[in-house]
Structure formats: C-alpha cells, structure tokens
Ligand binder design. Structure first.
Ligand SMILES: [Zn+2]
Length: 82
C-alpha cells in the first residue's frame, strides 16, 4: 500500500524513518498528510514542520489522491521532486 512515494512532502520529523505523503480519506474525501512508517497525521503539509501531529488513533481508510485532487487544494508545490 505504501510503495508509491510519488506524493511525499517531507521526511518524517517524528520517527525519522519514513516519508510524509499526501493521502486522501476514502470516506470524507479530505486530503491530509501521513507518515508511511509511524502513521502520524497532519491536516496540512506546512504543519509537519511544527511537529503538531494529530493524536487521534483511528483506522482511517486512505488512498493515494490523484494529481488533480492535489492541484485543487494547491498542494502540488509541497511535493518533493527528485
Ligand atoms: Zn513517521
């Protein structure tokens, strides 16, 4: 599930072992960012720097958003390009 690193936006500041990536909640269709290792979540890519992760522990079902969905919230500029 986490082998697609296409939309990574930061190296995780909490676990230092994974990438924070843009994901989409399947139920609410909301985009947010989540570490692919420790699964900490943030509402916005810029919040990752502040380490103010959400503390809720729930089993959100997420999927990888399309590039159009990312552009619709203007998060394309946060994606790390190699
Ligand atoms: Zn992490």
């Amino acid at each position: 599930m986490w082998e697609n690193f296409e939309f990574k936006i930061a190296w995780c500041p909490i676990c230092s072992q994974g990438w924070v990536e843009i994901v989409k909640d399947i139920e609410t269709k909301e985009l947010y960012v989540m570490c692919n290792e420790c699964e900490n979540e943030w509402d916005h890519p810029l919040e990752v720097k502040t380490s103010k992760a959400r503390t809720e522990i729930n089993e959100n079902l997420v999927t990888i958003p399309t590039i159009e969905e990312i552009q619709s919230v203007d998060w394309g500029k946060y994606i790390i390009k190699e």
